[in-house]
Design a protein around this ligand. Structure first.
Ligand code: SF4
Length: 281
């Protein structure tokens, strides 16, 4: 697929994923969007960021994909929910971007992370970009809520060195209220990754009053520990950095009064995970 000059000129690199980006795919005909989804020759990206130290091991280049079918109440990137907010980027262009950083990434023990949004909403594109990264000898990670994990075959998962799996909360009803979706497919994907012995880091956002119930923490901890392939758990403190986006997008943000958890609360959550035998940070 060829790229139009206007798309090639678009600034792919963002200062941070907290940059509000909307309508970057506006004007792309629907047929082109459908073709892109089917072939994976083109994807829709919120942005590329470089130098991330928190999205997998080492220093990483992160591609943030557009589109997510979940509606997490605490989502700090609601501008990534819609495919049309993403910038159309060919696999060729994404590969060229990555190529610029490949030596540095290898030297710094880092790699490439595909995040979002939900990257597996564009699973053909994800597979092609990850294949390109692997072909350059770059370590690859995918950050996903796992809901569409079954879109990648076992063979396709070989292009992924590490899965950063978001487990949002444990109780199924609470999960539905928090994300709008069922937890079942995420857990199913986690079990499949365990059977494949694929390294996983669990990502858990600690939100006071929403995800900090002790029974829920124990539930996630015991599940993750029982898998045998979870290398660590990242406890991510809730923050308000993305709340302005909800307002700008005219979305109903319900966590305005929720404060970030204290350092003690974060440590307590880590202790729960460690008590189950996991590394937690
Ligand atoms: S899964 Fe991630 S991108 Fe999707 S709504 Fe939840 S926090 Fe936002």
């Amino acid at each position: 697929m060829t790229e139009s000059p206007s798309l090639a000129e678009a600034p792919l690199e963002a200062r941070s994923p907290f940059e509000l980006r909307v309508d970057m795919g506006k004007g792309v005909p629907e047929a082109a969007v459908r073709a892109a989804l089917a072939t994976g020759d083109m994807g829709f990206l919120h942005s590329f960021t470089t130098g991330s130290a928190v999205d997998g091991p080492g220093v990483r280049v992160v591609a943030w994909t557009a589109s997510c079918m979940w509606r997490c109440l605490y989502c700090h990137n609601p501008d990534t929910w819609t495919m049309g907010n993403g910038m159309p980027v060919t696999v060729t262009k994404a590969t060229e971007e990555l190529r610029k950083y490949r030596h540095g990434l290898k030297t710094m023990g880092g790699g490439f992370t595909l995040s979002g949004g939900e990257p597996l909403m564009q699973h053909r594109f994800a597979f092609k970009v990850l294949t390109a990264a692997k072909g350059m000898g770059i370590h690859t990670a995918v950050e996903t809520n796992g809901y569409y994990g079954d879109r990648l075959s076992d063979a396709e998962l070989e292009t992924v060195d590490l899965v950063l799996l978001g487990i949002k909360t444990w109780d199924p009803e609470r999960h539905r209220r928090l994300t709008g979706m069922d937890i079942g497919p995420t857990l199913e994907f986690a079990r499949r990754l365990a059977a494949l012995q694929k390294p996983v880091w669990v990502r858990f956002v600690l939100v006071p009053g929403l995800t900090d119930d002790p029974a829920g923490l124990v539930g996630i901890a015991q599940f993750a520990a029982g898998l045998g392939n979870v290398q660590r758990v990242d406890v991510l403190p809730f923050h308000q950095l993305g709340s302005f986006k909800w307002k700008e997008l005219g979305l109903d943000y319900t966590l305005e009064k929720v404060e970030a958890p204290s350092a003690d609360a974060v440590e307590k959550a880590c202790v729960t995970f460690r008590a189950a035998g996991l590394e937690a940070y």
